[in-house]
Structure formats: C-alpha cells, structure tokens
Design a protein around this ligand. Structure first.
Ligand code: PRX
Length: 632
C-alpha cells in the first residue's frame, strides 16, 4: 500500500482540515489504496437520526484479498504472523503471507464442506494460536460472519452470544494454556451448547491434547477435516456494506450488544489508522498484546496490520508467567519495533522489580501504544522512561468496540506528547464535547461528554437484531450525534483527555462490563435478594468491582458466601467479572421512586464518606450510615 504517511504536525493539521471540509474526497482517496472487485458509486450516505450509515456504496470486495492475495506478488515469503507460544520453552512460529493464504483457504474450504455459506454466523471460541486468525479470515473469505467470544468467558456468556447471533457452527480447541493453567475450553462449549439450538457443528482443534468428549454427529476434529480440503479458495464477492463480523460488548443495561461491523469501511479505516497512528514502516515487527476476543485484537492484530502488509506478533501467554519479564523477553526475542498494550498490564509490570525489564535489550522498540482505559500519569511515565528509554512516543489510542478503529490518538513522532492525553482526533474524526443540556462546548478548556458529529468508515452500523437499541444507546442522548458514553476534557491547547465512562459500564483490567450484568449474576444466588455493583479505584486493574449485597437472611458465614458469590459470577459471566469486594447490607439507598442512588454507593466504595451530598430524597436515609460503617 502506498498510503502517504503524515510526517509533520503541520501536515496533520492540513490533512485534518481537509478531511473535515471534504470527508468524501478524503476517504475515497484512502480507499483507492485497496483492491476492490468493483468500485463504489457513492462514498457516503448517512443520517444520524435514523440512524443509518453507508460507506462506499455499491463497492465490491473481499477483505481477505486485501489482507492476503494482494500481498503475494511482493510479500509471499515475508512473515505475516509471528506466533509466540505460552511456554517460552516451545518453539515460536513465523507464518509467511503465502502460508497464511494457504492456511486460511484450507479453513475456508473446511467451513464450506460443513455447509457454511455467505451470511451464516460462526462462533469462534479459541485461544491465541495462529488458527484463531485463520478462522476469522476464513469466515471473511467465504462471507460468513464471525462472532469471536473471548476464551475467558464462561458458558453463560457463550449461550447469550451464540443464541443472539444464531450461530450455526463453533470453532474451538480442546483446551487453552494460560500461564501455568490449562482451561478446558471444550467442556465449557459442551455446557453452553446444551442451550444453543442453532449450533449444528463444532470443529475442535487440538492444542492442549486434553481428554475431551466428542458428541457424535456434532463434533469433528479440525485436524482430520482439514486434511481433505484444498489450500486454494476463491474469495466470495462482498458488498462494502455486507456484514464482516459481530462482536459483543457490555451494555449498561440488559444483555451484551452485538456490534455489527461491515466489510469496506472497516477495512479502509483499520488499515489507515494502523499505518497513521503508529507510523508503521514496511518490515517492522508490530506487537499488540490484546486477545483477539476483543475489538483491539480484531482491528489491530488481524485486519489492520494484515491489510497493511505488516508483520504482526500474536502472543498466547500472559505477562506474568513464567515471570514478570515475559513481555520484555518476547520483545527482545522478536526484535519488536512497535509495542501496544493496556494500562492495566503496564501498572502490574510497574510493580515488579526493574531488573525484569533491564535484563532485556529493548532498543528495537521505536513506538509504544496504550489502549482500553485512561492511563494514569505515573504509569505513562514508567512506560515512557523504562520501556521507551524516554525516547519512544506513547501513542494513547482512544476508541471503542463501536468505533471499530482509533478515533483520538497521537501520531507517533508527529504529535507533541502530553502524558495521559489521547491528544487529537485523527483525520476524518469530528469530536464534540457536550454539556449536560446537550449544547456543544466549542471553546478550549472545557469538560463534558464526548460525542462524534460525523460518520467515519469503521463505525458499527447497528446492534445485531436490535436497531432500536442502537438508536437509543448511541443516538438519542444528543440527537444527530453519536454519543460515546465517555467523559472528556479539552485543554487550553486543544488536547483531548478521556476521563472515563459516564454510564453504568465499568472497565476492569481494560475489559468493559455492565454493572447490571454482574448484578443479575449475583442475584442468581439463592441467598441473595438484591445487589448493586459499582466501581472503585484499583491500583492495577484501574477499576475494581464493589458489590453491595442484600440477603434474605443475615449471612452466618460471610466469607463462605462471598466465595460462593464470586464463583457464581465467574461461572455465569467469566472470572474477569468476579467482585473484588462484597459488602453485605440490609438495604440500598433508594429514592422514593425506587431508583438506587449509585452516586452514594460509588463514594463509599471509593472510601470517601465525608461528603455524600444530598441524601434527603432517600426513602430511608438510615441505610447510608449502615453502608458507611460497614465499608470495606
Ligand atoms: O471508556 C473508554 C475506554 O474503553 C471504552 C471502550 O471499551 P471497548 O469497547 O472494550 O474497547 C476497548 C478497546 C478499544 C471507551 O469508551 N478507553 C478505550 N481506550 C481508551 C479509553 N479510555 C481512555 N483512554 C483510552 N486510550
């Protein structure tokens, strides 16, 4: 791709202004860099009131032709994926673009042999092994819609996601390695599928060689099926607006939302933003430590880097095993040039002795990135000084599952850095800071809620099966604008700083969770009558989960009940949602209309009980004293 990189701040400003004044020309120019089977007839149609957004209308393409076929003439023997296994004693793999093409085609043909066609939904529940990337790209190759579910989610979360998408087939493995643990993925799938009537087939790849049960007529071994298929598969022709994937993200109420991303705009945007923000140069080794179960893995391990012909590193393990130096060991071993991780990982590594960093040569690193939650200044400086030698820019990328790609982010080596600031909008992105009355704050030196006033190509088009919820969640708070759910400041110099969620979503170790979802899992316990969950500041996770729980009878053995509740939440949602603190209470602070005053619960959880504000509208103000005195 010969997309022109921005090389100075001046150029950024010019390009930015041009993109705002001429968005269609701007994005059409970027889109010209890709391989289209048929060119679009119009660039954009949109109406944020309906809401409806279409990019590259009438354009035909297949994203895998852009991630694979297109690179073969020049890069057949260049590494596409470096895979680093969980155990450092095992061999890593270098998969070239030619090999990747053939692997993807084989998996695509294997799916076809099982009757999977364009438009069918396929659930992918796999660890970070190369096969997970083959699986995603294979779906895209034949026009099937993948729905990747993070392999740390439990059966309950799988059931919701598989049924909502109506998946026909599941791709999984016998098990997964996670540090020194083995997770029995197949048995979690077996449990979930008891309640998933749409699934006809399960293809199981071997990873841990654990003993698993194979259900006759439903389950097949990947390794056996793949032997019988060709390694060439002609790509399906897709419309720019055909579905590429569904990815679930937590909502502040109700079930997770299946965000729908489409082929054309998503490809153009993830590729462009990858190259622009990181200033990726041909041949560089790029490592994003996310899991493909999240949007970061979709956009910036798989589609963005591969469509740009990059070398993308996939890591199966965890930062803390066999010791706290693992990330740095991997970075040195593969001479990583661009390293992209989450603040929660930085904070936990910061706590380890510096000798874990210093024993490795990290001079190959030129650019650092962070994503997922606001990065605190201390972590920013530690990262910048100790990993980036005080020289590498920290690219703090603000974006969301819904946005598909980076929205506000420094451009490496171009944007002046301000710790903990995502800095400026990328070209094509038009942020607006709104006050509580829905007025846009136009000046600098303001704080409010972050909205976006103009469409960008990778934005989600809808919530799968629930367009009304899409409208209500994102387009009703500020009619005519997309509402992000985040608070935001713009300082005197115009730098943006994201301050965190303003709704009932909490971000624990970089993972979004709806407090309502955790509450309903807690309420499943037979001893529990009602619960309320809020976040509190946590040293490493960023936010921790604090649960206030009312039981039918005063619990005799509080510790035992806490353990049961934690295990139940892990079973229903996944271990990441387990409450860190559980306080048993006899009541919750409710208004006369029955609404829980979460403001009070948050303050107590934060350990700030001095000024709880006005409690006179509470039905029973006495509960506040009880909550305060029992605070954990
Ligand atoms: O609150 C923002 C926070 O993560 C939310 C999006 O989460 P998710 O959809 O899981 O996507 C995470 C990966 C893109 C946002 O609404 N967030 C993400 N990046 C940043 C951030 N907060 C502050 N700074 C960031 N760089």
């Amino acid at each position: 791709m010969n997309m022109k990189l921005i090389t100075s701040f001046d150029e950024y400003q010019k390009q930015y202004e041009f993109s705002v004044d001429n968005p269609e020309t701007f994005w059409a120019d970027v889109a010209e860099n890709f391989q289209w089977r048929k060119k679009w007839s119009r660039v954009l149609e949109w109406d944020f009131h309906k809401p409806e957004v279409h990019w590259f209308i009438g354009g035909k393409l297949n994203i895998t032709e852009n991630c694979l076929d297109r690179h073969l003439p020049a890069r057949a023997n260049q590494t596409a994926i470096i895979w680093e296994p969980n155990n450092p004693a095992d061999a890593s793999q270098h998969i070239t673009y030619q090999q990747l093409f053939n692997h993807v085609c084989r998996v695509a043909n294997m799916l076809k042999a099982q009757g999977i066609k364009k438009g069918d939904r396929v659930c992918i529940y796999m660890p970070m092994i190369p096969e997970v990337a083959y699986a995603m790209l294979a779906c895209a190759r034949i026009g099937a819609v993948h729905s990747v579910v993070f392999a740390g989610f439990s059966a309950g979360s799988l059931i919701d996601r598989i049924n909502d998408a109506g998946c026909k087939l599941v791709l999984t493995t016998d098990g997964a390695y996670r540090g020194d643990k083995i997770i029995d993925l197949k048995s979690i799938i077996d449990e979930a599928l008891e309640k998933c009537p749409t699934v006809e087939r399960v293809l199981v790849a071997k990873r841990t060689h654990s003993k698993v049960k194979m259900k006759p007529g439903r389950d097949l071994w990947w390794e056996e099926e793949i032997r019988n298929v060709s390694d060439v598969c002609v790509a399906e022709e897709m419309d720019a607006e055909d579905l590429l994937f569904i990815l679930y993200t937590s909502g502040s109420t109700g079930k997770p939302k299946g965000m729908v991303h489409t082929c054309g705009g998503y490809m153009v945007y993830t590729s462009y933003t990858f190259k622009t923000a990181f200033q990726y140069q041909d041949g560089q080794v790029y490592w994003c430590t996310a899991d493909v179960g999240w949007i970061t893995g979709h956009s910036y391990i798989v589609y963005g880097p591969l469509s740009a012909g990059a070398i993308t590193l996939m890591f199966e393990g965890v930062p803390s095993w066999p010791d706290m130096g693992r990330f740095w060991h991997v970075a040195e071993k593969h001479r990583v040039n661009i390293f992209y991780t989450a603040p929660t990982a930085i904070r936990s590594l910061e706590k380890a002795p510096l000798s874990f960093v210093r024993q490795y040569d990290l001079h190959s690193i030129k650019v650092l990135g962070t994503v997922g939650e606001p990065i605190n200044e201390e972590a920013w400086h530690w990262y910048h000084d100790n990993i980036g030698r005080g020289e590498c820019p920290v690219v703090d990328t603000w974006w969301q599952t819904e946005t598909g790609g980076f929205m506000i982010s420094p451009i490496a080596h171009v944007t002046k850095l301000k710790p903990a600031h995502a800095s400026f909008p990328l070209p094509g992105v038009q942020p607006a800071i709104m006050d509580e009355n829905g007025n846009e704050l136009l000046a600098n030196g303001v704080e409010g809620r972050l909205a976006i006033r103009f469409p960008w190509p990778a934005m989600a088009r809808t919530i799968y099966g629930d367009h009304q919820r899409f409208k209500d969640t994102y387009f009703s708070t500020f009619p005519g604008k997309y509402f992000t759910g985040d608070g935001c400041k713009r300082d005197e110099e115009g730098f943006y700083r994201i301050t965190g969620r303003v709704d009932d979503i909490i971000i624990v170790s970089g993972h979004n969770m709806g407090t309502a979802e955790i509450e309903s899992a807690i309420d499943e316990h037979s001893a529990v009558c009602e619960s309320a969950v809020v976040a509190y500041p946590h040293d490493i996770k960023g936010q921790g989960v604090y649960a206030y729980v009312i039981c039918y009878d005063k619990p005799h053995e509080e510790e035992k009940l806490r353990k049961e509740i934690r295990e139940l939440v892990a079973k229903i949602i996944g271990p990441i949602a387990k409450p860190d603190k559980i306080q048993f209470v006899s009541g919750l602070p409710k208004t006369r209309s029955g609404k829980i005053m979460r403001r009070i619960l948050r303050k107590v959880a934060e350990g700030d009980t001095s000024n709880l504000g006005d409690v006179t509208t509470l039905l029973d103000p006495a509960v506040v004293d009880e909550i305060k005195s029992g605070a954990l």
